[in-house]
Structures are given as C-alpha cells and as structure tokens.
Design a protein around this ligand. Sequence first.
Ligand code: SAH
Length: 209
Amino acid sequence: MRMRKKKNIVPRMEAVKSYLLENARDIPLNENIYLEVGCGKGTFICTMAKRHPERQFVAVEKVESVILLAMEKAKAQEISNLRFFKGDVMELANLEREHFCDRIFLNFSDPWPRGRHAKRRLTADSFLSLYKKLLSEDGDIHMKTDNTELFDFSLETFPQNGFELCNVTRDLHQNPPLDNIMTEYEQNFVSQGKPICRLEAKIKAEKNK
Ligand code: SAH
C-alpha cells in the first residue's frame, strides 16, 4: 500500500507505541494468537479483535505510515488484545518460538503479477514454509483476494506445500457469510462489483501425507 508521507510521524508513532512490538520476540506468549500479514489500515484486525476479546491478535505491516493509521485506529477504540509488528513478515522466521499461531489472515496481499516476482507473493513456497513454522497443529490460513492470478497461484502452492484447502470460493459476496469482516480493499472492490476470492488452508496431518 502506498501512502503520501505523513506529517508528524515521529510524535504520532510515539503516541501509539504501547501497541507496537519493539521486536518480534515480544509477541505475547500466553496463548495461541491470530496473526494478520499486511494489515493495511487495520479495519479488519481491529474489528476481529473486538469481536474476540478472549483471543490475542498480532498484525504485521511493513509500511510505517500505514501501520501508524492501524495503530491509531486500535488506540481510538481502546482495543487491548491487539499488538502490531512493523516489518516484513519474513522477520518472524528468525524466532526461536514456533507453532504459536492458531490462524493467519492474508487479506488482499500484493499480487506481484510478473512471473519473475512470483517469489515475493505471500503464498510463494518460502512464505508457506514460514507459516507452517508459525501455525499450531490445528492452525489454518484464511485468504481473501480480488486477484484471480494470485488466487490460482495459491490454489497450486498450498497443496504443493502440504496444505489442504477447504471452503474455496471465487465469489464470496454471492453468498456472504454473516461473520465476514470487510477489509479496506474489500470494501473498495465490492463497491466496484469485483468478485472476491476466498480460501482456507490447513496443514495436512502427517499420517495423510
Ligand atoms: N489487508 C489490507 C491491505 C491490503 S494491501 C486490506 O485488505 O485492506 C497489502 C498490504 O500488505 C500492504 O499494506 C503492504 O504494505 C503489506 N505487505 C505486503 N507484503 C508484506 C510483507 N512481506 N510483510 C508485511 N507486510 C506486507
């Protein structure tokens, strides 16, 4: 997500610093968390965190001016079960801790349409091995995108990397689930009449491999 450079970014970051994890090692230890990769301006994860006060949430976003808006949103709503990590999700690969996520959300990830950039897609092999390290045994990934090329790519990479797919749809809003939380991108695409693709992926049990 590109944004114009924000004024006063330093004092504004300071004002929300209780929401920011200084280091990926500071991810809450007490229970299995729900993680969003690329949270953008944070509407989805803030709504999710309010809806599930019993859970801990972590949102990862690499663009400072964008994560700032998400943290300001969380602060304005006094959300206490959500923290933010500013950086590339790949930085979580260096953690000693593994299998601490019950769910990972990928919402409208950058499509990287050119073949030579395919490795940067958040469902490319290296990212899927990272998610396998992060996810608990029963954990899963929920992915939404408007981009059919990224979706088709992911329908191949997930099974190739030991995940099984379920609840796959190419038009989520034809029959929208009551608990669907629209992201900023999703609101935009839906208002343009663009279909939204969605899937869930779960690590296959060892014995079935
Ligand atoms: N989820 C939001 C934003 C989608 S745009 C929504 O649906 O409205 C994708 C976002 O992912 C961008 O803000 C981008 O900065 C972030 N992003 C992309 N790759 C990332 C990575 N490797 N690590 C962390 N954030 C990433």
